[in-house]
Design a protein around this ligand. Structure first.
Ligand code: GLV
Ligand code: MN
Ligand code: MN
Length: 400
């Protein structure tokens, strides 16, 4: 391959997490703001005009901003202790694609923009794809402004600290109307391309998925002085619910359900917790399947809570129905790239949110282990280069 898609090397030191391993880069935190500065600098060096929209998404324009633009990009934030590729690969590949197109003397006929979405993982404020949901109006601005991180900072406060006006958060039809077509390149989060022996694919669909908070409430007390029969320990129903999550997901074809975060309060070794917050991530190919999994889990949680004299409150924090990407666009892309395969994905993406409003496609780059949302997430250099070349080809066809 004649060039390296080297942006990832430039940001390799930003946001490394010595405790968890990998990277912890969250929406509007110090690290993500540093990455935004890096992106802005990179875009300006390429002569792109960088603007921040009302929701904190960064747009770098090649040509005069306007309707019918060809827009590509992804996000720079990560899950806690995440990999280097989920998000940043789509951003660095977009910049690399601009370089490739410039090198060959390409002049876009339609405006072209690189877009960096804010807080895609929901690692800080809990709702994934926050920047694209706000842009598309699929989350209420009031609800978004009130979202709170672990330190009690609201999204409203965080965006204000980043120089934005929280009152202006929300559906942005003017910005959305500029997008003629959106294409997001992403590291594959699965083993599809390994099994097919191909470096690049187009996306077919995204599972119906969401996040729920389960709050178990019992009675805080002394770990040594409280007889076993006298306890109302919310950790018990929480633990039983974790087991029920596995069983419920296994009962629905292709469903997945996960508890990746549990927070006992107050969280002392010699303290029976007074509450336990637990977050559920549930997904399946369709709405009915995902809803069935969650209903099963909710019933198990209520039964387990009652048996321990505890209460449970279940709150849906975010949800997105199945996404089937525009098939005509997908087939055009696959054809331009020499007939690359089409793959479904179990991961959520800003492209999935935008797909409800504008023609949208995705490109996946091979991941040699399939591991993602973990420090071991990887893509080989040659495959990253192939991804950028493929993206450049697609942008040239769409914007030319
Ligand atoms: C985002 O990567 C998600 O699928 O949770
Ligand atoms: Mn992710
Ligand atoms: Mn991602």
């Amino acid at each position: 391959m004649g060039f390296a898609n080297s942006g990832l090397d430039e940001i390799a030191g930003v946001g490394a997490d010595p405790k968890r391993g990998g990277y912890s880069r969250h929406g509007f935190d110090r690290v993500e703001l540093e990455l935004r500065e890096w992106f802005t600098e990179q875009a300006r060096r390429r002569g792109l005009d960088v603007r921040t929209d009302r929701n904190g998404n960064l747009w770098a324009w090649w040509g005069t901003p306007g309707k019918g633009a060809i827009v590509t990009g992804s996000h720079l934030d990560s899950v806690p202790g995440g990999g280097a590729f989920d998000g940043p690969l789509g951003v660095t590949s977009a910049l690399a694609a601009v370089d490739l197109l410039r090198d060959k003397g390409f002049q876009p006929v339609k405006p072209l923009a690189v877009l960096v979405f804010a807080e895609e993982e929901g690692g800080r404020f809990g709702v994934p794809c926050l920047g694209s949901r706000l842009l598309a109006g699929t989350i209420e601005a009031d609800k978004a402004r009130a979202l709170t991180d672990l330190d009690g900072t609201t999204l409203g406060d965080a965006v204000r600290a980043a120089g934005l006006d929280p009152a202006r958060l929300g559906r942005d039809d003017e910005a959305l109307a500029t997008i003629g077509t959106f294409v997001e390149l992403h590291v594959e989060q699965g083993r599809g391309l390994i099994d097919l022996g191909a470096p690049v694919a187009v996306a077919e669909s995204i599972l119906a998925h969401g996040r729920w908070r389960l709050r178990f409430t019992g009675e805080g007390n002394h770990a040594g002085a409280t007889l076993m029969g006298d306890r109302r320990d919310p950790m018990l129903p929480a633990a039983q619910t974790v087991v029920a999550v596995r069983q419920a997901a296994k009962a629905v074809p292709q469903a997945r359900a996960t508890v990746g975060r549990v927070l006992p309060v107050p969280g002392g070794t010699n303290v029976i917790a007074s509450t336990v917050d637990m977050w559920l991530d549930a997904r399946s190919p369709d709405d009915a399947g995902t809803r069935a999994v969650v209903a099963e889990i909710a019933a198990a949680a209520r039964e387990a809570a009652a048996a321990e004299g505890c209460a449970v409150e279940i709150t849906e924090e975010s949800y997105g129905d199945t996404v089937v990407f525009d098939t005509a666009l997908r087939d055009r892309l696959a054809g331009w790239l020499g007939g690359v395969p089409a793959l479904p994905t179990g991961a959520g993406h800003d492209a999935g949110v935008l797909a409800a409003r504008v023609p949208t496609a995705m490109l996946f780059v091979r991941n040699p282990t399939g591991i993602s949302h973990a420090p071991a997430e990887h893509a080989e250099r040659d495959d990253c280069a192939a991804g950028a070349v493929a993206l450049a080809e697609v942008l040239e066809r769409l914007a030319g």
